[in-house]
Write a protein that binds this ligand. Sequence first.
Ligand code: HEM
Length: 456
Amino acid sequence: MDHLPSSDALPGIRGLTSVSSKPLLTRDFDVHPTATYEGLRAAHGPVAPVDLLGVPCWLVLGYAEVLEVLRNDARVWSKRLADWRAYTQGTVPADWPPLPAFRAGGVAFTEGREHSELRAAWSAALRPFQDRSQDPARRLEAELRRHADELIALLGERGTTGRADLADEYARPLMLMAINRLAGFGEADEDVLLDIRRLLDGGPQAAEASGRLMDLCGRTCAARRSAPGEDFPSYLIAAWPDCTDEQAAAMTHLLGKLGDLTVTLVCATVVEVLSEEAAGALAGGMVRETVNRAAMVHPPYANLTFRFALADTVLGGTVIAAGDPVMLSVAAAHADPSFAGAHDPASVFSSRAHLAWGAGAHQCPGGALATTLATIAVERLQERMAWLEPALPPDRLPWRSSVFVRGLRSLPVRYGLREPSPAPPSRPSAEPSEVVEPASQGTLRRLVRVLRRTGR
Ligand code: HEM
């Protein structure tokens, strides 16, 4: 990266507001984001000015340029909101939709010492679940397998063959259970699970749901101080005893959002599994490799939250003024011919050089956990399904693009179960005819019903 003297010395640098830009989030983008990226790449090269919901920013499309900013070797990029010139000058609209997420702060929006401390706490709190040799990780994985089987058993109640939406009837409830477990919310309660979902949807009920969840996180964190459990808040407090209940709650709250990315990854992996290209990988039982490939082909975190230039700089031949925001597009970087062209699409061995988990100081610390969760979800399907096929052609699958995330709204499939689904395990009961299903199965049943009714 070339550094320039300050903009006082280079009056030619006028910042983004002087550059005309077109809205990024159009209907075309929603349907064919890759075509939008290619249009921008053809018109501007690896860095293009765009308008994001009324706010101008630079969209970084080139693989080399995205990696350069992520690595940040020259320390010219910051994720701190205070380094955004338009924000400090008060020209960002107060109701700009992504602003609350940026303002929430936390590990993803800090730099320097504050960032290192928060990140160390995250890593320590995730380790017992992420290190697969540890008991909490083993127990979490066993629970996830059980819930996966419970959800497949629910499908089996409709018959051994049928149609299902694997997003709302499998991936989403499964990951809601995983988040519930990680966050230490106790016995799964569908009201809480639905609040997590409302938060992730970002719709009109999101703010209220977020408030209720923050309260719950706060109460859970306060309780864990005196009685630690096997959950993220307990490990977080152990690693960082000085953190306030509010800080711990804010971090726990983020788990819900990250769960949405994992749902997206499960669905993307199933799409890969159903594609002929992945057949070789699956024949070899390489589901983990297919998860990695899905993350590359359909990166769930498609566009990353802003970084701000700390000094006037040149990126991919474009002059960027100090204080200007850049949005790194992982999806566009993966489609960059310099990356995509070097990769044989028929290969089942996907490149580990992909950027779906980011890179550098802010690289995802939960990538291994998300990969394990997605692998288990897909392995259970494989184990229990005699056959599985898409109910829609690939070009009609309902992808949804939000500002940052791209995932499937629903994943309609036809399936045949390998064997008649076992009845839910029963408990001995005074009434011989009465079958008592485990609490989680009842919660999942109600949850799936509500998710199917409300849809996306
Ligand atoms: C499929 C699922 C996931 C994907 C695709 C994903 C992707 C990413 C990416 C690309 C970043 C870097 C953002 C940036 O540089 O601006 C990131 C950051 C982060 N991820 Fe993930 N993530 C996933 C799941 C998770 C999970 C399950 C956790 C934890 C339980 C997690 C925790 C975090 C945290 C704390 C950060 C911020 C790190 C920092 O700023 O230092 N992620 N994630």
